[in-house]
Design a protein around this ligand. Structure first.
Ligand SMILES: C=C(O[C@@H]1C=C(C(=O)O)C=C[C@H]1O)C(=O)O
Length: 342
């Protein structure tokens, strides 16, 4: 597995459980995609979060965030955090229940308050793992839509307008209510990226829920002190959606190809030059990739298609979980680093 290292951006790499070194220097956080859920913890001096995303040890892995700077950690109002003076990782969990809007609103509100208190005002990326994502809550509202309602209310209460929402993932999990983690920066400039072939998620019509999902298609986070050509692009979970509609329902191979096409356009020259980012990226530049596949039997076909486009050196994890819309079979996310990063 290749390791991403950069002087001033938190590097993330996947590690199998037997490769994991919790005492390695300057660990900002370890996110365990594993066979059970647990509340976020900082007892080892870094953030640790166990998310129930694996059916067994064979598909369990850890995402390790490292930094070149000393790390401080703590907990406040149920949100655990670790930071290095430039970047912050924080995490929370909403326990299983009959509904999630109020719990999400409260947990997100506490997270946004904590970011402000610690001085990390630039929210680059959020990951949300929603158990029973396509099932209904006690009031008959799909749990994903219930989560989106609570998130939108928290963002509004904290004047987080659509132009400052982060890249995100909102994906199913195998248990444990709703878990989330967040990456924010203190001085690195953030540029949200939208895909000209998709309606911005925060503009989705009400047919997808009472409040739209609040996220950007990607965010570019620049290296503090360097020009905008130096940075990382955090690509949100991306699926077979054009405009605001799902395409190729029931055809996982066509959905995989369209999701890849959406990401290629998002990180390609037309989009980046439109946002005045002097980087040129292709799917071969994507790394720390997660591919979420609804039906386990579809994973070999999805993997075959993806491997035709990804670098052989890329870190790729395939996870068998539900996707945010019942007619979506596959979704992918990743990170692009600019070639000129030290
Ligand atoms: C796949 C989509 O949305 C998914 C849900 C997200 C969320 O609610 O945060 C973010 C990206 C995807 O994981 C999409 O709407 O295109």
């Amino acid at each position: 597995m290749t390791q991403q290292q950069s002087a001033t951006l938190p590097a993330s790499k996947f590690a199998s459980l037997d490769e994991l070194d919790e005492d390695a220097g300057n660990v900002l956080g370890i996110i365990n995609y594993t066979t059970g859920a647990a509340d976020p913890d900082t007892s080892r001096g870094h953030l640790r979060l166990d998310i129930h995303m694996a059916h067994g040890d064979s598909d369990s892995f850890s995402e390790v965030w490292t930094t070149d700077l000393p790390v401080e950690s703590g907990e406040s109002g149920g949100i655990a955090y670790a930071h290095d003076g430039e970047h912050l990782l924080c995490a929370g969990r909403i326990p299983p229940g009959d509904g999630y809007a109020s719990g999400t609103r409260a947990a997100y509100a506490r997270t946004l308050e904590l970011m402000a208190e610690l001085g990390y005002h630039h929210c680059a990326r959020m990951w949300n793992f929603v158990n029973r994502i396509n099932e209904d809550n006690a009031d008959g509202l799909e749990i994903y839509r219930d989560f989106c309602k609570g998130r939108a209310e928290a963002f509004e209460a904290h004047r987080f307008n659509d132009s400052s929402v982060p890249a995100a993932t909102g994906i199913g999990s195998l248990g444990g209510g709703i878990a989330f983690y967040v990456l924010a920066s203190r001085t690195g400039a953030l540029t949200p990226l939208e895909n000209s072939k998709q309606v911005s998620a925060y503009h989705y019509p009400e047919q997808y829920g009472p409040r739209p999902p609040k996220f950007a298609r990607a965010t570019h986070l620049s290296v503090p002190g360097l020009d905008s050509a130096s940075g990382q692009i955090y690509v949100s979970g991306t699926s077979s959606i054009r405009g605001h509609e799902t395409l190729f329902a029931g055809d996982v191979e066509k959905q995989t190809l369209l999701a890849l096409e959406n990401v290629a356009h998002l990180i390609g020259p037309d989009t980046l030059s439109h946002h005045r980012i002097d980087q040129r990226s292709t799917l071969a530049d994507l790394d720390t990739i997660k591919v979420y596949v609804r039906n386990h039997d579809d994973i070999p076909a999805v993997r075959r298609i993806c491997e035709e486009h990804f670098s052989p050196d890329a870190q790729v994890a395939y996870l068998n979980v539900d996707v945010c819309r019942a007619d979506l079979s596959v979704e992918l996310e990743g990170i692009v680093r600019s070639a000129n990063l030290p």
